[in-house]
Design a protein around this ligand. Structure first.
Ligand SMILES: O=c1ccn([C@H]2C[C@H](O)[C@@H](CO)O2)c(=O)[nH]1
Ligand SMILES: [Zn+2]
Length: 140
């Protein structure tokens, strides 16, 4: 982890307590950095109707969209949780990452003990569906 990523890590760990996870008791926190140096964060937010839960990664990315930052590319997304291995994002979050990040965008998977694994979007979601496929496959 470089110094920018360490900053995201400290922020994400600091926010872990903010997770709203009364059902799973499983806290997750994410922080992302844009090319121009802006940071957004997210924690998981659960619901009594379990399916209405949203993961930390998507909250951080939707926060980025909501702040009007989509012209400022995401440089790095970092995720943390109280897991024994660095936490690994779910499939839905990976697909949302594919919408707003590039194949080579850095993703740092961590845990609160300080273990980490560095990857890119393409590493964790190879052969992903994109808007290009949508255009190609349209009925003429
Ligand atoms: O990468 C992950 C994995 C799980 N969760 C959340 C969803 C749910 O609230 C809880 C248990 O799955 O953890 C995340 O936020 N990110
Ligand atoms: Zn997820």
């Amino acid at each position: 982890m470089n110094s920018e990523e360490k900053k995201l890590y400290d922020l994400a760990v600091e926010h872990l307590d903010t997770a709203y996870a009364p059902y799973s008791k499983f806290h997750v926190s994410a922080a992302l950095l844009t090319e121009s140096g802006k940071i957004t964060t997210g924690v998981n937010i659960e619901n009594a109707a379990y399916g209405s839960t949203i993961c930390a990664e998507r909250v951080a990315i939707f926060n980025y969209v909501n702040q009007g930052l989509t012209n400022d590319p995401i440089k790095c997304l970092l995720i943390t949780g109280n897991t024994s291995r660095p936490i690994s994002p779910c499939g839905s979050c990976r697909q949302v990452m594919a919408e707003f990040m590039q194949a080579d965008t850095k993703i740092v998977l961590t845990n609160a003990k300080g273990d980490y694994k560095e990857a890119t979007l393409a590493d964790i979601l190879p052969y992903y569906f994109t808007d290009g496929d949508l255009v190609d496959g349209r009925n003429k």
